[in-house]
Design a protein around this ligand. Structure first.
Ligand SMILES: NC(=O)c1ccc[n+]([C@@H]2O[C@H](COP(=O)([O-])OP(=O)(O)OC[C@H]3O[C@@H](n4cnc5c(N)ncnc54)[C@H](O)[C@@H]3O)[C@@H](O)[C@H]2O)c1
Length: 324
């Protein structure tokens, strides 16, 4: 079996954590040895998945020398403490986004992981989505031409949170995609936020990122919106991509559209779009497989601590601006 040397635990068995439990059990079977949650009531959900030991005590996981992979899906404010304990106990860690709430803590986790030759990976799951991988391939191959503009809309009449604003709730995924596609860091960040439902919590924000080489991007996120839209548009000077994850069919479209300069005159090219089929792979399964492979092959995870730290720094900077 592919991952026979992986012995894992999932910490945090809430809404998203149970997806990790199910995915890990489907990949590892009983080598998903533990599921841990602060609340004993989570045991029932875990036992419904399979033969997994349930514990409310993280020490049971940390003191088991066979465990070499821990997936953390607890609330964001606990990530730093739980991940640090796991790393200090010599465990490789996949922690959910955002890695921590402050970049100093993320930097510390990264350093501890590197010093101990452990993998620290963050659950920026969309970088394991076949559509995002296809867009990246076509950027690298030159099909899109020079990258010019990226925008992301992540909108819904969604779960309104009181412990974090919409930027922290929705934008980490979009920032991680933009960082992945541009392979660089923004030269300037501008952001605006609006509050309607609660004091001091933004319900919608717009973040504008300027990257080197005249690449621009914006991210519009809102949980106060009449319908769900998750749209990514990537514009190059030879073609454009649109990715709408909420659609059932035709999620990824390539548009051979744009302008060329012919003897100083702009000429439009406006071809028919093509629906691009991608492999039917589950991003969360791909993400976990990437984590286990990085442990087994001692390779750097795509969404490692450094990637997560850069995403977090952008979030922090944008967050400060939305609160002006
Ligand atoms: N990658 C994604 O697409 C995605 C999607 C949803 C949520 N998330 C992230 O996953 C994390 C969890 O989100 P959720 O919606 O499942 O939250 P949740 O509140 O539903 O679940 C959190 C669980 O963690 C448990 N918990 C809290 N502190 C703990 C501790 N110290 N030790 C063990 N268990 C503890 C709680 O009892 C709860 O069952 C968050 O960081 C969130 O941002 C990621």
């Amino acid at each position: 079996m592919a991952f026979e040397n992986i012995h894992a635990a999932v910490v945090g068995c809430g809404r998203w954590g149970m997806n990790h439990v199910k995915t890990a059990y489907s990949l590892l079977g009983p080598r998903l040895k533990y599921a841990c949650d602060a609340f004993p009531s989570a045991e029932e959900k875990v036992k419904a998945v399979g033969d997994i030991s349930f514990t409310t005590n993280l020490d049971d996981v940390l003191s088991d020398a066979t465990i070499n992979a821990v997936i953390i899906a607890t609330p964001a404010e606990t990530h730093y403490e739980v991940a640090l304990r796991c790393l200090k106990a010599g465990k490789n860690v996949l922690v959910e986004k955002p890695i921590t709430l402050v970049s100093e803590e993320a930097a510390e986790l990264h350093t501890v992981a590197v010093q101990n030759n452990l993998k620290l990976m963050v659950g920026h799951v969309l970088l394991y989505h076949p559509a995002i991988i296809k867009i990246k391939e076509d950027l690298n191959s030159g099909r899109l031409g020079k990258l010019q503009y990226i925008y992301c809309n992540r909108l819904n009449l969604g779960t309104v949170r009181s412990e974090e604003n919409i930027l922290w709730s929705f934008a980490p995924h979009d920032i991680s995609i933009i960082q992945y596609l541009t392979e660089s860091n923004p030269e300037s960040i501008e952001a605006f936020g609006a509050r309607f439902l609660q004091r001091n919590i933004e319900d919608s924000t717009i973040t504008y990122l300027n990257y080197p080489d005249n690449v621009h991007a914006h991210i519009f996120v809102s949980w106060l919106h009449p319908f769900k839209e998750q749209r990514l548009v990537v514009i190059g000077d030879k073609g454009m991509y649109s990715f709408e994850d909420t659609l059932k069919e035709g999620k990824l479209k390539f548009y051979p559209k744009g302008f060329t300069n012919v003897n100083g005159e702009l000429q439009k090219f406006d071809g028919e779009f093509e629906v691009v089929q991608t492999e039917a792979k589950q991003p969360l399964t791909e993400e976990q497989m990437h984590f286990y492979n990085s442990i087994l092959n001692n390779t750097k995870p795509l969404t490692d601590g450094l990637h997560a730290l850069e995403v977090l720094k952008i979030l922090e900077e944008a967050g400060k601006k939305t609160q002006r």
